[in-house]
Design a protein around this ligand. Structure first.
Ligand SMILES: N[C@@H](CCC(=O)N[C@@H](CS)C(=O)NCC(=O)O)C(=O)O
Length: 332
């Protein structure tokens, strides 16, 4: 682990984002100090727009001058920087639970009850239809409910089976990253009133419910952790204050001549998720293309004479890169 002082960490999120819970739990269980910048649950997000960030998914995590997108990359970056804390060794076994919960999430969102005030808010419905490409209209949500519940029961059954030998934690007798990776969508549904029905309860999945309780009891009590909350303007100053490429975690990676994306160093590209949030591509100049990550330089609204720049970093998995230097060029 590097002995360099760690620059300020800022989590951009809103309180009811289940993907953000995965990261707040990780930060708290590893004992990593961070600040938070609370975002509106729907677009627009002016704090991010002034940084030149068009990518729309939550959460994002900045470390110094770099903003990391997608929780899969955020977890990996934090694991590289902070491998110690209140979590046991999991080797690579947590990665299969990451894939598992990503597969569960679309079915879980299909269980957001159509009678929630939020689901009657036209702006929210429109925003999420743009985000997911799926209908959030009451009749469609209600019609999809049984099928989603059936899928979701499969996920609770799976953890019930894994825990059937009376282990305390998903990989055995120590709480690990695999627990965080598995619990966040299960816990979210349990705490979302009306999402589940009588087929998913403490009686039908007792081991899963008590494991979730065991986990949440170990989290620091919300009142005991005072996470400093900062406004967008302060977050922007912190991020833009940290200098340029020298402060970047990806500056040693470079760009191979024969990268499969076809993109070259310095080329202007758009990076876009392949599943959700596709109508919000992120533009920037290629600075590094590693095996598992893409780093682009993005100009904030303050960019002038080489200042006001930041790095935005994406995982390779689940994202595509398109050149934009030539109009209509759609090379991959
Ligand atoms: N693969 C992404 C998924 C993140 C995601 O879907 N987040 C939801 C919130 S839990 C989101 O961005 N919803 C739309 C929005 O808030 O704009 C990740 O791991 O970060």
């Amino acid at each position: 682990m590097s002995t360099e002082p760690v620059p300020t960490i800022i989590l951009f999120h809103y309180s009811f984002s289940p993907y953000a819970h995965k990261i707040t739990w990780y930060l708290q269980l590893r004992g990593i100090p961070y600040k938070q910048c609370i975002q509106p649950p729907i677009m627009p997000r002016p704090d991010l727009a002034m940084l030149g960030i068009k990518y729309r998914r939550i959460p994002l995590l900045s470390i110094g001058n770099e903003v990391f997108c997608d929780t899969s990359l955020i977890v990996r970056v934090l694991e590289e920087k902070f491998p110690k804390g209140r979590l046991g060794e999991s080797g690579g076994a947590w990665e299969e639970w990451e894939i598992w919960s990503d597969q569960m999430f679309p079915h879980a969102t299909a269980l957001i009850p159509s009678n929630l005030p939020l689901m009657k808010d036209e702006k929210f419905v429109k925003d999420r239809e743009d985000f997911s490409g799926r209908s959030y209209k009451k009749e469609d949500v209600d019609a999809g409910r049984e099928r989603a519940l059936e899928k979701i029961r499969g996920f609770y059954s799976h953890t019930e089976k894994v825990l059937s030998d009376n282990r305390n934690w998903i990989l055995g007798d120590k709480m690990t990253l695999a627990d965080i990776e598995a619990i966040w969508p299960l816990e979210w549904l349990i705490t979302l009133p009306g999402a589940l029905d009588s087929t998913v309860t403490v009686d039908t999945y007792p081991k899963t419910f008590s494991w979730i309780k065991r986990f949440t009891t170990l989290l620091p009590a919300p009142r005991s952790v005072k996470i400093p909350t900062i406004k967008g303007a302060e977050a922007k100053d912190i991020i833009l204050d940290h200098g340029q490429a020298s402060a970047s975690s990806t500056s040693d990676i470079g760009v191979p001549d024969d990268d499969p994306s076809g993109a070259a160093f310095g080329e202007e590209v758009e990076v876009t998720p392949v599943d959700t949030g596709k109508s919000h591509p992120q533009r920037g100049r290629v600075k590094a293309l590693g095996m598992d990550r893409i780093s682009i330089e993005v100009a904030s609204t303050e960019a002038y004479a080489g200042g006001g720049l930041l790095r935005v970093v994406f995982p390779r998995k689940g994202f595509e890169i398109k050149g934009v230097s030539v109009k209509g060029d759609a090379k991959l």
